[in-house]
Design a protein around this ligand. Structure first.
Ligand code: NAI
Length: 298
């Protein structure tokens, strides 16, 4: 099997049109790929299409995209009503909720719809690609394609092969990442891969500092940016990622490493998740948001 990621008529299905689905859709249509967006939540894919169109228009206004390129990219972004509309896709990338059972159920549903040659990829942050693929009749066609937030700006993509993943899948995802202007990096199928494994140190330890009363979240962010040179503080990053994504990621890495103490999630994120203080997407996380402006809540 092989698939030319650079073919001009490439159709990419995207399941999940939240933060990540939108970003992937934007860079895909901008690189000449046709995208079909599907989301389980009624109206979500249409909202995402409007947001992506607005982002493309903004790039055109700034002169980063010609008016023609903007118009053709926007026209390549299609809406699907249900998974059945993904039947013509050459590649499908899922960016739905970070839950192994839900992702496995999606894999089963997708395989009943797409052609047997369709490549299926997961944007999972932390789950085992091998486990996601295990739900499939053809696990060799499944790979990990892990983008970072915000997708158009974060140029690295982790390409992950599960135990059963065929070499052509890795080759195609690598070429597709390059086509979309990103830098593919091969990572092993281990909990959290490279970035979210290494990132535990940043997030979990910062939460410990706050939990143990060493400092408060705002000071931790300021120090880590000002003195340690990080672009974002750990709490700004948690707000950007959103706790409904990052807390399950923390739990999943901890569990997959057999409750390894150094990865133990913090009760702080658990309780804030339950309280709905998810981050930017709900207008309140560690910071409170007025549009893009972050303020420290009283
Ligand atoms: P999100 O919550 O912004 O969007 C998820 C979307 O998927 C929602 O629109 C939801 O309605 C839809 N959805 C949920 N279950 C579905 C299903 N069964 N079928 C179809 N649509 C469904 O989440 P986000 O942040 O975009 O994350 C998605 C995936 O990307 C997760 O696996 C996450 O771990 C991963 N990821 C997230 C990053 C982040 O910074 N937010 C970074 C890298 C990866």
């Amino acid at each position: 099997m092989s698939l030319d990621a650079n073919r001009s008529d490439l159709i990419l299905g995207l399941v999940g049109s939240g933060t990540m689905g939108r970003g992937i859709a934007q860079i895909a249509v901008a690189s000449g790929v046709t995208v079909i967006l599907v989301d389980a939540l009624p109206g979500a894919a249409a909202k995402a299409r409007d947001a992506v169109s607005a982002m493309l228009a903004k790039l055109a206004e700034k002169g980063k995209l010609t008016a023609e390129a903007c118009a053709s990219a926007t026209a390549r972004l299609k809406l699907g009503e249900s998974l059945a509309d993904l039947a013509p896709c050459h590649v499908v990338v899922e960016a739905i909720v970070e839950d192994i059972k839900v992702k496995q159920a999606l894999m089963k549903d997708l395989e009943a719809i797409v052609s047997k040659d369709c490549l299926i990829a997961s944007n999972t942050s932390s789950l085992s690609v091998t486990s996601i693929a295990a739900a499939c009749q053809h696990p060799q066609r499944v790979g990990g394609f892990h983008f970072f937030n915000p997708v158009p700006l974060m140029k690295v993509v982790e390409v992950i092969d599960g135990v059963m993943t065929a070499p052509w899948v890795v080759e195609t995802l690598t070429a597709l990442a390059r086509r979309m202007g990103h830098t593919p990096v091969k990572a092993k199928d281990t909990p959290g891969f490279v970035v979210n494994h290494a990132g535990r140190g940043y997030g979990t330890e910062a939460l410990k500092l706050v939990g143990e009363g060493v400092t408060d979240f705002f000071t931790a962010d300021r120090i880590l940016k000002g003195a340690a040179g990080f672009r974002m503080g750990p709490f700004e990053l948690l707000d950007l990622t959103a706790l409904d994504v990052s807390h399950p990621v923390m739990e999943s890495i901890y569990d997959q490493y057999y409750q390894e103490p150094r990865f133990r999630p913090s009760p702080i994120t658990r309780s804030r998740l339950v309280a709905g203080l998810l981050g930017r997407k709900t207008g309140r996380g560690f910071y409170a948001y007025e549009g893009d402006k972050a303020v420290v809540p009283p």
